[in-house]
Design a protein around this ligand. Structure first.
Ligand code: 13P
Length: 253
């Protein structure tokens, strides 16, 4: 059986100034120093990245960004290029979060360009997918996800995707306190792994980490992480407080 190292990732969204972010990771560094078998990542806002990177020097906590543009440079006011994230100290970049798709017009096509660009820059994309409540109620969950995955990964092959992380975030579970049940999440994750085997290859499907996101908290994390195809969590609200986030990182204890 393949062992996949769990990744507990905090997506801070539009929260924390540079100073607030530094304070948070200073505490977090101590709190998760013993979390050897679980990988920890935080994704602060762009303006806090370099300060957080400096604070994290020498710690095992990885740094991620929440978005990026696909072009390397140019007249794209307000955008951030992949190499800028690398030089700020990022190892990961979240791509295609449902809030980006919903509020900022991101599509499967732009997500695809971003994944290509992130990989070319040496960043590990955290590729977000998820269905809405209406789509789930209409029985379309798998078809919606299949389309997001196939379009998002178009033109990429398993050799390119060794560092890709997938995050399944059902839109109806984000920030709502309404978590997918362990079985609902497992059903989707197993489906996604089968899909990866079908469109890429089985070795990659077995080693690829698939995170769950949507109202993960200290009360539900253990049950979710016990499911065989859940390899970690992408956490919003519960990642902002270092004590709470540390409880998530220590879900095994
Ligand atoms: P919440 O954990 O606040 O539901 O957010 C999930 C999320 O969107 C992480 O990317």
């Amino acid at each position: 059986m393949t062992t996949r190292r769990s990744l507990i990732a905090g997506n801070w969204k539009m929260h924390k100034t540079g100073d607030e972010a530094v304070q948070t990771v200073q505490q977090l560094k101590t709190l998760v120093a013993d979390a050897g078998d679980v990988e920890v990542m935080v994704a602060p806002p762009f303006t806090a990245l370099t300060q957080v990177a400096t604070t994290l020097a020498g710690s095992t906590i990885a740094l991620g960004a929440q978005n990026m543009h696909w072009e390397a440079k140019g007249a794209f006011t307000g955008e951030i290029a992949p190499a800028m994230l690398v030089s700020a100290g990022c190892r990961y970049v979240i791509i295609g979060h449902s809030e980006r798709r919903q509020f900022f017009g991101e599509t499967d096509a732009t997500v695809n360009r971003k994944i290509h660009a992130a990989l070319a820059a040496g960043l590990s994309p955290v590729f977000c997918i998820g269905e809405s409540e209406a789509q789930r109620d209409a029985g379309q969950t798998f078809s919606v996800l299949d389309k997001q995955v196939k379009n998002g990964l178009e033109g990429l092959f398993s050799k390119d995707l060794q560092s890709l992380v997938v995050a399944y975030e059902p839109i109806w579970a984000i920030g709502t306190g309404k978590t997918a049940t362990n079985d609902q999440a497992q059903e989707v994750h197993a489906h996604l792994r089968r899909l990866m085997a079908e469109i890429l290859d089985n070795t990659l499907a077995q080693t690829m980490r698939i995170l769950y996101g949507g109202s993960v908290n200290p009360g539900n994390v253990k049950g979710l992480m016990a499911m065989p195809d859940l390899d970690g969590a992408l956490v919003g609200g519960a990642s902002l407080d270092p004590e709470t986030f540390s409880q998530l990182v220590h879900y095994q204890g």
